[in-house]
Design a protein around this ligand. Sequence first.
Ligand SMILES: Nc1ncnc2c1ncn2[C@@H]1O[C@H](COP(=O)(O)OP(=O)(O)OP(=O)(O)O)[C@@H](O)[C@H]1O
Length: 404
Amino acid sequence: MSDPIITFDHVVKEFRTRGRGANIARAVDDVSLTIDRGDIFGIIGYSGAGKSTLVRLINALERPTSGTVTVLGTDITSLSETKLRPIRQKIGMIFQQFNLFSTKTVAQNIAYPLQLDHWRKDYQDRRVNELLEFVGLSEHANKYPSQLSGGQKQRVGIARALATNPEILLADEATSALDPETTTEVLALLKRVNEEFGITIVLITHQMNVVQQIAGRVAVMSAGRVVESGDVYDVFAAPQQPVTKRFIATALSGLPEEDRVERLHHEWSGRIVTVLIRQKDVSGTQGHELKASGQNISELIAKYGVESSLLYGGIDTVKGAAIGAITYEFNGPGWHVDEFLRELAVNSDVIDFGTAAKPVAYADAVAGHATYAEDRSHDPLAADTASASTAPGVSAAAHEGDNA
Ligand SMILES: Nc1ncnc2c1ncn2[C@@H]1O[C@H](COP(=O)(O)OP(=O)(O)OP(=O)(O)O)[C@@H](O)[C@H]1O
């Protein structure tokens, strides 16, 4: 059962910009979005997409120009500062630059919100010790932020944000200043925060691999709007919008680029074929449904006895299920490889790049696959690959008898 903890209803946020001929910048443009209690909800977008503004609307650091924001069951759109206080106490926040007091020790930084909340000193000490232990920094209690690594600073930030037992944690680019390894550690800690305390986490990021690692649901923002949202696996497996596809390409490996396919044709004379891997069906964002793919390749290779070489690929895990692409060279009599590919294409998404002697143009090959090709002709970054679309699946007939 879904249990909304944050709801945006047709929210618009405009800023008056200074300078000659004062203009209005619409940072958030008609956003309607529901975040359920207990979720880790990723909000992804490029710089300037409106993510920070959206998050600042959750703790009423910004007020909507129109529309309503409901948090923890209360419409906070025009709530007074006094009435906001108890709601803000239920919201913790962590930042890209950690925002720690440089003149306070780790323990003092964590105790700060408790002091503001007038906790008794012995309760403060106990809570700080608990939190230090939870984030693994007990030995560093008396150090100053300058003596800590970036990952340790963010752990202090997390402990401080948790001090007063919030129900929501807002993380604004919380791992953007960290290296990949430290990012993974901090994300693992955030996952524990979510699982052990049931805290809802809203994760603002421009890094899709952050969403991939811990989010359950994701909204993609572009120019103030939410252009796509849904279950993370579904969005990764069947991205609809060009901007989403670009983000996913940064997180998932596997689909070979055009120059790589050219190189493969140069090195291998057989049929170069990429098979998309989806371990489970996609229930579909915006009604777009996709079946699992690539689950019976080995079986079919064995059944047809085609010669195969694994050339390139990458399989990642998104929400515990595999996703990716594998590129093979298949060899054998052309008609036989065609038959094999036809059966493979029944239950798999197959991108057929042809043989070195008779290659399929890259754009035509990927256009033959609905998920990756559908919108590419409208995608400015993929403009070169725009082409006439062919039917999904294998353009096998064109290759009858091609393979040696
Ligand atoms: N206080 C403000 N006054 C004027 N314009 C603003 C203000 N805050 C944000 N904007 C504008 O609103 C748009 C969205 O900004 P926002 O910071 O929300 O985006 P973002 O996706 O978080 O990007 P970034 O990661 O760069 O912060 C930008 O064009 C920004 O210049």
